[in-house]
Design a protein around this ligand. Structure first.
Ligand code: COI
Length: 334
């Protein structure tokens, strides 16, 4: 089988893609850029399609072109499918799979790393040492220990659950809101009845929901005011969940203690890329200048285990679906 794979880094190609192709005897045509109207034609003659999209593929015409070239599926080798037009996929009979479990721990650990850095005020100490030669222990930097704190999770899917397990192991009290109940999470969390209850009670508020019309901007000025002044917001999920301008204001007004972000609403133009300084947006610069804010460029997924699994699980699904089989990673198109 010949599979075309878009948005493949050279290191990923050299290691995991070639390894999989050799092992399975399939041919993989690698494209380094993400799928777009400009390169959709490259899939002519291929049987299967594997993508990784941090920006939209293009308008409906691109999906039609994919179907017209005889492709019957789109495998998105990542968790989030918010860059895929699912209605267009349905219209052109394109089955969609994603990779929801390539390594929930990778994302969970990054969120905990941000939270612990913030909680122990490391950025603020660094600021004082670097800018004011102040190596003292200012009273306002006395911190707390995680076992005294309540961690609040909104969303308890694979990543939320992995996050809960780590915080529980660290001794924190973990509360969570998710409309669906999973008994497997009972040992690690206390379920509460609403997102607001989590927001009000959390010392560390961690978001683990997908970006949907219903979750867009779910943390805005009102929710930030509801949070404890001493609380930290952790967003390893999607930037669009948080109103960035409201977050900047809340931080300036000391309504919350800090924020750990692996994602920002406007990130598609620069996270995951090298850009010129002029292309770095003002909201990023404002947040990055705050010592009580940590930002990583959507890199929580970037571990050896996660990248290997994204490649292997995704490509295995391509083969399964193209051969007429079913995968547990299929996305319901309605
Ligand atoms: C996802 O898997 O949904 C991510 O956000 C990581 C992706 C940028 C590779």
């Amino acid at each position: 089988m010949k599979i075309i794979m878009y948005n493949v880094r050279q290191d990923t190609e050299g290691r995991f893609v070639r390894e999989w192709a050799k092992e399975t005897g399939n041919e993989v045509k690698v494209v380094h850029e993400p799928l777009s109207a400009d390169n959709v034609n490259l899939m002519k003659g291929c049987d299967g399609l594997d993508i990784l999209q941090t920006m939209p593929i293009g308008d409906e015409a691109v999906y039609k072109q994919i179907a017209d070239m005889g492709i019957r599926q789109i495998t998105c080798r990542m968790v989030g499918i918010n860059m895929i037009d699912l209605a267009a996929c349905k219209k052109y009979n394109l089955k969609v799979t994603h990779v929801p479990v390539y390594s929930p721990r990778a994302i969970a650990e990054m969120g905990v790393a941000h939270a612990m850095y913030l909680l122990r005020r490391i950025g603020e100490y660094r600021y004082e040492m670097d800018h004011n030669a102040d190596f003292s222990w200012p009273a306002n930097l006395m911190s707390n220990e995680i076992f005294n704190l309540t961690v609040g999770l909104i969303g308890l899917g694979n990543i939320g659950s992995a996050t809960a397990q780590i915080y529980k192991a660290l001794g924190a009290k973990v509360i969570a809101f998710d409309p669906s109940y999973n008994p497997a999470d009972e040992p690690f969390v206390t379920y509460v009845d609403s997102a607001d209850e989590v927001i009000k009670n959390a010392d560390i508020l961690s978001l683990h929901v997908p970006l949907l019309p219903s979750t867009k901007g779910m943390i805005g000025a009102e929710q930030l005011k509801m949070m404890k002044n001493s609380a930290y917001l952790i967003n390893m999920s999607r930037g669009g969940l948080v109103d960035t301008e409201a977050l900047i204001q809340a931080l300036k007004n000391h309504e919350i203690a800090g924020a750990g972000l692996d994602t920002l609403a406007d990130e598609t133009t620069y996270f995951g890329k090298k850009v010129t300084p002029a292309d770095v947006p003002a909201d990023y610069k404002e947040l990055a200048a705050m010592p009580n804010v940590t930002i990583t460029p959507h890199s929580a997924f970037f571990t050896e285990t996660a990248v290997r699994n994204m490649v292997r699980i995704g490509l295995n699904d391509v083969v399964t679906i193209v051969n007429g089989g079913r995968s547990r990673n299929e996305v319901f198109l309605g």
